[in-house]
Design a protein around this ligand. Structure first.
Ligand code: GLY
Length: 391
């Protein structure tokens, strides 16, 4: 009897665990319903602010003016259009893309790649036009204006005297190179391509540790081009491996390989992925804690955004390297993200799709919340999963 009871209990537990971990058969249904509600609630305005996260239990929009997350909301709408072919999503995607145009000449930020590729980049893919091309090329030139010959890379942020940084470059910046590569193709301006390659090479040389993990911030001496310090802004410690930083490195070097076919970029993407995959602190469901070296693990938040970025990158990596089943691994990550542990219940989570991401714990902002970029890379991963080339 005791044996039966334990077996019965075990079966019940298995059903419960199975339920709580079972994939939502079609996560798109949830995404669609969430974004339908979201777009009805937050109309596209000329001001252009879009849902970014939840703050104090309320929906928080992007900051006024330029915000690095501005493009992700329209990007998710473009992904919904790509999935469904429904013109209504396209109309919405365009409505949220257009207000971003006014930022094409921004020169105080390196985030133009994120902002413009997720909005106008998709628009160009769906409806190539001279007007959209001009916006993308202008944005790329604005980004290029932040490059210095001395350092051989694009400056991410302005000087931060509080940290003693004069020319900080963050690993995230690898993600902005796609705009330079694309704009170079569109315009025939080879200098944009060359500059992206210089940035990727300099980052390759200075941002990585022997174990394949990436520092978050490398600060350069703008006069000599020498590395000043290697530190962090959003990670647990200067020497730690901030999870989203690893995700940006994997994705960023996969994209650099896409455009250049330089093997060293592919090797770096794989090396950083191996660091993540083999890390003792990577949980079984493959959704990393916000920093691999946080001393509070397991009592510290996960970062679903990092998992979504890595999963999406792995579908592409799978096309370039056959030594590992990247696709199978990405499928497991997507299954976890699609489970009720991470995918919101319809009508909850302020209508974002994914729960449990982290903006910046050191800055005490956006901790264990939805983030518009987690949804963007999640939906991109879902699209790539469907289109992935079988091994
Ligand atoms: N690029 C900023 C971040 O990943 O939080």
């Amino acid at each position: 009897m005791k044996k039966f009871c334990s077996l019965g209990l075990l079966m019940l537990l298995a059903i419960f665990v199975g339920c709580s971990q079972s994939n939502n058969d079609d996560p798109w249904k949830t995404v669609e319903k969430q974004y339908l509600r979201s777009t009805l609630k937050t109309k596209a305005t000329k001001e252009g602010r879009v849902p970014r996260t939840i703050r104090d239990n309320k929906l928080a929009l992007t900051h006024k003016g330029f915000d690095w997350t501005l493009g992700f909301y329209s990007g998710t709408l473009w992904n919904l259009y790509k999935k469904t072919g429904d013109e209504a999503w396209k109309k919405k995607a365009i409505a949220y893309t257009m207000p971003i145009k006014k930022h094409q000449f921004v020169k105080h930020s390196h985030d133009l790649g994120f902002v413009f590729m997720c909005s106008f980049g998709h628009m160009y893919e769906e409806n190539p036009s001279e007007e959209t091309k001009t916006v993308l090329v202008n944005a790329a030139r604005s980004l290029a204006s932040r490059f210095s010959e001395k350092t051989g890379c694009i400056q991410s942020w302005g000087p931060r005297p509080g940290r003693g940084w004069k020319y900080p470059v963050i690993i995230d910046n690898m993600m902005n190179l796609e705009l330079l590569f694309e704009a170079s193709k569109m315009s025939g301006d080879k200098s944009l391509y060359n500059l992206a390659v210089r940035h990727a090479d300099t980052t390759l040389k200075n941002h990585f540790r022997p174990d394949g993990s990436s520092y978050h911030v490398v600060d350069y001496n703008p006069e000599t081009g020498d590395v000043h310090v290697k530190e962090t802004a959003q990670g647990f410690a200067n020497n730690s491996a901030w999870a989203r930083g690893q995700a940006w490195a994997i994705y960023g070097y996969t994209v650099s390989y896409r455009y250049t076919k330089q093997k060293k970029y592919l090797e770096q993407a794989i090396k950083t992925f191996n660091f993540v995959k083999n890390h003792k602190n990577l949980p079984k469901d493959l959704i990393p804690y916000w920093d691999f070296d946080c001393t509070d693990i397991p009592n510290t938040p996960r970062d679903a955004s990092a998992a979504a970025i890595i999963a999406s990158a792995l579908y592409e990596l799978n096309e370039y390297d056959q030594s590992f089943d990247y696709r199978g691994y990405a499928d497991r990550m997507v299954a976890s993200l699609s489970s009720e542990n991470y995918l919101a219940k319809e009508g909850e989570n302020q209508n974002f799709a994914l729960m449990h991401s982290v903006g910046s714990i050191p800055h005490k902002v956006e901790i264990d919340v939805p983030l518009n970029y987690a949804d963007y890379y999640f939906t991109e991963a879902l699209l790539r999963k469907e289109n992935a080339v079988s091994k």
